[in-house]
Design a protein. Structure first.
Length: 273
């Protein structure tokens, strides 16, 4: 702890206690050089808006990795600027107390940024593992925008039933936003309420018989609702647009070609990787 400029006038007993404690605390602080634990990142962040949809989780992985890549590029730029200031100060002779304090602060700042960068790298590695595991668990070798779009109707129908289940548990009724959501994807609100009420009664009976239900029991019900009512979204598409296939593959192919061309190009300047 290089703070002699400010600490030499402080209570010696307090300073000695802090100096003794900080190395151990700093060591464990490095564990948390990122926003979330690996468990939170995978079980909460990746399912935050998409539930258990594999393609939604894969998309969330790409978004989370992109955020951390941007943070690493920003950190690289900041470190380069601070290192330039450090080099200038280290070349000077007989630094003033202000300059010496500035040099200490800059070095500490660079060290902290590097620690945070290490946390970002840990997150990216965790997300890469999650990406591979999602593909493997769902027998997927690869995926593209068309796969994602084809799964969207199923996802929203399932999500609508999930929200309705939570409404019924918490309020004993479906909330307006949830019912509108389901109707937008072709599910009759009264049918949905009947399905969810039936499941709640069934689950209550099992619980009364002392069966230990887990969230998987509910997830299986939601999967059934997805498969049973996903075709309703096609009826809505036909009613509104005269066809159930409303996705334009030509747009996807153009973007896919553009993305592949960009990926093939090497970035200019100093790269992180």
């Amino acid at each position: 702890m290089d703070m002699d400029i400010i600490l030499h006038k402080q209570n010696k007993q307090l300073v000695d206690r802090v100096k003794k404690a900080l190395p151990v605390i700093d060591k464990h602080t490095r564990i948390f050089d990122r926003q979330n634990s690996q468990t939170t990142l995978q079980l909460m962040t990746l399912t935050m808006l998409g539930g258990h949809s594999p393609l939604r989780m894969l998309r969330q992985v790409t978004a989370e990795v992109e955020k951390r890549k941007n943070a690493l590029y920003d950190a690289q730029h900041t470190v380069a600027e601070k290192q330039a200031e450090i080099d200038v100060l280290e070349e000077k002779q007989n630094l003033t107390s202000t300059e010496r304090a500035k040099l200490i602060q800059l070095k500490y700042s660079v060290n902290m940024i590097n620690n945070k960068a290490n946390g970002s790298l840990k997150d990216i590695a965790t997300l890469a593992d999650a990406y591979d595991n999602i593909l493997s668990a769902n027998n997927m070798k690869d995926w593209n925008e068309e796969d994602f779009e084809n799964d969207e109707k199923k996802h929203h129908v399932r999500r609508g039933f999930e929200m309705l289940y939570r409404n019924m548990i918490e309020y004993s009724r479906g909330k307006e936003a949830t019912l509108e959501y389901l109707q937008q994807y072709g599910v009759h609100c009264q049918m949905a309420i009947a399905e969810v009420n039936g499941y709640i009664n069934y689950a209550n009976n099992l619980i009364q018989k002392e069966q230990a239900l887990t969230a998987s029991h509910l997830e299986n019900f939601l999967d059934e609702m997805k498969d049973k009512y996903a075709h309703n979204a096609d009826e809505v598409s036909n009613r509104l647009f005269g066809k159930d296939g409303i996705i334009n593959k030509a747009y996807m192919e153009k973007m896919d070609k553009r993305n592949k061309e960009q990926a093939a190009k090497k970035p200019n300047g100093s790269a992180i990787w």
